[in-house]
Design a protein around this ligand. Structure first.
Ligand SMILES: [Zn+2]
Length: 729
């Protein structure tokens, strides 16, 4: 029984339990349902809240900062005779953009885009719901349904995949943009960023690319042609597919007429207007474009443009701490305006000489050196030309045709041993400055003892003799090595180095260790570990032409953002008095004799006073000529990229090139003389004693002396003229 009762009660209990469980399940399900419903409601509210707060919230895309930072074409300018800037190069990578304000974009251009792409633009608030619904219902077959605002978002965010969430975000961004900007700001940004084929972004570069006009010069027919590209930049590209473009251009014109933006008359004449594209034989560029011609995409820039780009990148890195890559991006995509110091007249003159290898003496003799592996080697060369206020006005970094952009610039980046051209900087100017020597001081022409040996020998092979003395002028004019060694020995190598590094700012010298340049051999005859660059030699030599002032060489005056409002980089010429005006004038006068009777005889600039020092390394692998006229200073290097003996004739080939360049540069310039120090006076000196000439002195010449350091009068010469006297000039 008990079991029966218990069995019954068990079954009852089971039933109760089942009912209970069922109730519990229902409760759980109901709870879950409620939770789900509540979640949906909450999410929905949140979503709406998100949409609402996003659309009405802070600016999601800032058009102003975009305008300032977007990928834009940088422009390099030069200055004309009236100090007005004009373009010499446009820099862009794959993209070519120039921002123009809306008031510079004709109504026809604005209307062409609006009528074709978004006729309700001025009425919707970012999204054209009619078109959007149509697009959704027809699965996009009726067109993208994107408004100009949405297209702008797409162009600014680079989001291009056709996904639902992308579309949703684009709508939110568009609504937000319209809340924060007025229609004119939106259409301006749109017209300046829209991709228009052939690497063009925005209507200005497209106007120049396709019609060779400034955007302000476009008519309705041309505007419609450009607006037509938008739909498919390659298919409708007027240069590549003119028929496709023409068909859509007609559609665009019809839309403009239909929407009341063209009169019947204008519509008809625009349809009939013959489009003349830049690849047409009838094409003539408009005056505005001729004056600021966008250069061909494939253009090889000059060495100067390369040089200024390098400088700006370096300076952006050092001033703002950018990485080299960031600085590079800024220069090519940052819409910078770079005001360079190039003087195109000078640059072109130098290039004319350099592009033609026949101007290189070695080449003109018809000989070609054959290298070890049988390859024909070409002699190379570099030149820098500066004015006397630190501006690099021209630079050429190689001989022959320039074939690539940012190729090796030997003038700025390849230090080479200066040979004897170092002597005025390392020996004679410091010794004049210290008061050790003057214009006509007698210096012993006799090799010194180094390591138990007499060293060095002169170019003639002679080591001089104990009793042979020459004047400073003679020693420089004929580039004696013995005298230079004696002068550096007297100065000490340390003092000589100090002048080179701290006064003349040669940055490529080795200052310590096993390969230091701080020794007699480097400093007296210029056989250096790395050497010096043409650029730094020019800046150092300029001190002899401008009264002793050193200016750090610079290639641009300023760099601004695209609006010209913010100056990012600036160069102000601030001179340092490297040597006294008296020393500068005396050295200038001494070196004038080099082109009259010395190692550069006949290689002065025709018609202009010239100071110069030539240089040949003792192994004859590097040839130099550095010097100046009253207008410009220049340093020329000639040699092989992989050092090799140069079989040049008796004349220094660098001096010949220096003259060829400077003669062209100075063609037509008015006469001018150096601004010599007033405290330097001319006196007649005795060529056998170097003292001022007395009544009995035979050999006489004119020397130049600081008025407070005039030498005494010669009393050595007897009444009978000295037999061994010789005239120096
Ligand atoms: Zn005398």
């Amino acid at each position: 029984m008990a079991t029966g009762t218990s069995a019954k009660s068990v079954s009852k209990n089971k039933k109760n339990k089942k009912r209970k469980e069922r109730g519990l399940l229902a409760n759980i399900l109901l709870s879950i349902l409620i939770v789900i419903l509540m979640t949906i409601v909450i999410v929905g509210i949140c979503m709406l809240g998100y949409v609402f707060s996003f659309v009405n919230g802070d600016i999601a895309i800032n058009l102003d900062s975009y305008k300032n930072s977007q990928s834009q074409t940088s422009i390099i300018y030069a200055m004309d005779d009236k100090n007005k800037p004009y373009e010499i190069a446009r820099l862009h990578g794959e993209e070519n953009r120039i921002w123009v304000d809306l008031d510079k974009i004709p109504k026809e251009v604005q209307n062409a885009f609006i009528c074709l792409e978004d006729k309700r633009f001025y009425n919707h608030s970012g999204v054209d719901w009619i078109r959007t619904v149509k697009a959704v219902l027809t699965l996009g077959k009726s067109g993208g349904g994107s408004t100009i605002t949405q297209q702008l978002i797409k162009n600014l965010t680079d989001e291009n995949q056709a996904t639902v969430s992308r579309k949703f975000n684009e709508i939110l961004y568009a609504l937000n943009l319209e809340k924060n900007y007025d229609k004119s700001e939106i259409v301006e940004a749109y017209l300046n960023t829209i991709p228009l084929g052939s690497g063009c972004y925005g209507v200005q570069t497209a106007a120049q690319k396709y019609f060779g006009k400034d955007v302000s010069e476009l008519n309705a027919a041309e505007a419609a042609s450009i607006a037509s590209i938008t739909k498919a930049p390659t298919y409708y590209n007027p240069l590549l597919n003119p028929e496709n473009n023409k068909k859509r251009q007609e559609t665009c014109l019809w839309n403009m007429w239909d929407q009341g933006k063209l009169s019947d008359e204008e519509y008809k004449s625009s349809l009939d207007y013959k489009l003349i594209l830049t690849n047409s034989s009838e094409y003539v560029p408009s005056e505005s474009v001729q004056n600021s011609a966008p250069k061909k995409d494939s253009e090889i820039y000059s060495y100067y443009v390369d040089f200024v780009i390098d400088q700006v990148i370096k300076d952006l890195v050092s001033t703002y701490g950018y990485t080299k890559n960031e600085a590079w991006k800024m220069v090519y995509y940052g819409g910078l305006k770079i005001y360079s110091c190039v003087d195109e007249k000078v640059q072109n003159a130098a290039e004319e000489v350099y592009v033609n290898r026949i101007n290189f003496p070695y080449e003109s003799e018809g000989r070609t050196e054959t290298g070890e592996n049988g390859t024909k080697k070409k002699i190379q060369s570099a030149v820098t030309i500066m004015n006397y206020e630190g501006q690099v006005v021209a630079i050429v970094g190689g001989a022959g045709e320039k074939k690539t952009n940012r190729s090796l610039n030997r003038a700025a980046d390849s230090p080479r041993s200066p040979g004897s051209s170092i002597k005025p900087l390392s020996a004679y100017a410091p010794a004049v400055e210290k008061g050790y020597i003057n214009y006509s001081s007698m210096i012993q022409d006799y090799a010194i003892v180094v390591g138990g040996q007499r060293w060095p020998q002169n170019f003639s092979g002679s080591k001089g003799s104990p009793g042979h003395y020459v004047t400073t002028q003679y020693a420089v004019c004929h580039s004696l090595n013995t005298t230079a060694a004696r002068v550096v020995q007297k100065l000490t190598p340390e003092v000589s180095m100090d002048f080179l590094i701290n006064k003349f700012h040669l940055s490529t010298l080795v200052t310590d260790g096993a390969y230091t340049d701080c020794n007699l051999s480097s400093l007296a005859v210029g056989g250096m570990t790395y050497g010096v660059t043409s650029l730094e030699m020019t800046a150092a030599y300029a001190t002899f032409g401008n009264g002793g002032k050193y200016y750090k060489p610079y290639s641009y005056t300023k760099v601004t953002d695209y609006q010209g409002k913010n100056v990012l980089l600036e160069n102000n010429a601030v001179p340092e008095q490297a040597i006294s005006p008296e020393t500068a004038t005396i050295m200038n006068r001494v070196m004038q004799t080099v082109v009259i009777s010395g190692t550069g005889a006949g290689n002065g600039c025709t018609g202009f006073t010239t100071y110069m020092k030539t240089g040949t390394t003792s192994d004859t692998k590097d040839k130099w000529a550095a010097g100046g006229t009253p207008y410009y200073c220049a340093a020329v290097w000639v040699g092989y990229d992989i050092q090799e003996h140069i079989n040049a004739g008796s004349h220094n080939p660098a001096a010949i090139v220096w003259q060829a360049v400077m003669d062209r540069v100075h063609k037509g310039l008015p006469k001018k003389d150096f601004d010599y120090a007033k405290t330097v006076v001319a006196r007649t000196y005795c060529t056998s004693s170097g003292l001022l000439a007395g009544a009995n002195c035979g050999g006489r010449a004119t020397g130049y002396y600081a008025s407070n350091k005039i030498p005494g009068t010669c009393t050595r010469c007897s009444a009978a003229p000295a037999a061994d006297s010789e005239s120096e000039d």
